[in-house]
Design a protein around this ligand. Structure first.
Ligand code: SF4
Length: 362
């Protein structure tokens, strides 16, 4: 199979009403679908039967409460900074400091500009939630031959399951180094012209480690078609929309239903000889001057990544209460948009006995 012509990167044009997506911190209103980035959103459970609604009311885990079928890698890395802040960000986005919003939007624009250096972005009309996922899968399929040929790809979608929760993310860039090692490069743009603190780096390390975890599992054949259908309730037999089929055809794939595409994804990933990621790098650059501030090389320790993911996912699965920062990281509260209303902070001021729950995994 060939790649999409001119390395096109497909993007969602019209989300099907039943496939609404929430931005972290969104109030639940549908987003302007024409500018949906692939990763920033988590998907919404839709079309529930009355019995499902009752079940959710009875035992609402945060995943159920926020109507999420899956989480993004950035949900977990944001959570690792302060879980309570991540929850407030989801529930009260209007309280977020305007400068934070500007910083995030500028970062997004820089990422898009880099993406456009190597891809033409093509808007695609979708008619079902399977179509939306088909876009991600076609993007992935278009990048496999590029990687096989030793090339460089940007905005590569990754997904998989950790602790029975479906996760997805977008890798900024994958390239081969001069030594022939497969290298992940994550770009972080900063408002301030210096490198981030150790705590910020730790959050970013976790993010890239999760990307490697998911990517390696994919090329090792662990992303079987039923993983997507069982976790996100996608229908194998759902016919793909006309525009999706046309784009698949252009890329050399003849597909009619969603299951065809899943099979192709599985076969292409497992039969490709793409290696696991050898090296993780994070590049920090200054937004205003566009100068590189420094590069961090991240050590991947699988056991630690699993442990951390288990800890954060326990919150989403309703196995423990939300937690704020530990006392030694209380400095984070000084620059937090939610410090005035934060329950965790209030309880901490009242005394240690007010807080409960397991200690955060380091
Ligand atoms: Fe987290 Fe502190 Fe902000 Fe509360 S005030 S959300 S504990 S950073």
């Amino acid at each position: 199979p060939g790649e999409l012509s001119d390395a096109e990167l497909l993007q969602l044009l019209l989300a099907e009403p039943g496939d609404r997506a929430l931005q972290p911190g969104d109030s639940g209103k549908p987003n302007s679908s024409s500018d949906l980035p692939l990763e920033s959103f988590s998907e919404v459970l839709t079309g529930d039967s009355a019995a499902e609604k009752v079940k959710r009311k009875r035992a609402q885990t945060p995943l159920e409460k926020y109507y999420l079928k899956y989480l993004c890698v950035t949900d977990l890395s944001t959570q690792s900074w302060c879980e309570q802040q991540m929850v407030y960000g989801r529930e009260l986005p209007q309280l977020q400091a305007p400068e934070t919003v500007v910083l995030l939007n500028t970062g997004k624009s820089i990422h898009l500009a880099r993406e456009l250096e190597v891809h033409d972005v093509v808007k695609v009309h979708t008619t079902s939630k399977e179509d939306s996922w088909a876009i991600k899968i076609l993007n992935l399929l278009s990048m496999i031959p590029v990687l096989q040929a030793g090339g460089c790809v940007r905005e590569l979608p990754v997904f998989g399951v950790i602790e029975d929760v479906f996760l997805m993310g977008i890798i900024d860039e994958l390239c081969y180094s001069a030594k022939g090692e497969l290298e992940l490069r994550e770009l972080k743009t900063r408002g301030r012209p210096f490198m981030p603190s150790g705590a910020q780096k730790k959050r970013d390390y976790f993010q890239v480690c999760l990307y490697k975890y998911l990517f390696d599992a994919m090329v090792q054949g662990q992303l079987k078609p039923d993983v997507l259908t069982s976790h996100i309730y996608l229908r194998l037999k759902q016919p793909l929309g006309l525009q999706i089929r046309e784009h698949a055809q252009k890329a050399g794939f003849t597909v009619t239903c969603f299951g065809d595409l899943l099979e192709l994804m599985y076969l292409n990933l497992t039969l490709s000889d793409i290696p696991s990621i050898d090296c993780l790098k994070i590049e920090y650059s200054h937004q205003e001057s566009n100068t590189l501030l420094g590069t961090e090389v991240v050590q991947f320790e699988e056991e630690k990544v699993r442990e951390k993911a288990q800890y954060y996912l326990a919150y989403w699965k309703g196995q423990r209460e939300v937690q704020g920062v530990e006392i030694e990281e209380a400095w984070k509260c000084r620059s937090c948009s939610y410090s005035e209303i934060c329950d965790w902070r209030k309880k901490r001021a009242e005394g240690p006995e007010q807080r409960s729950g397991p200690k955060k995994s380091k």
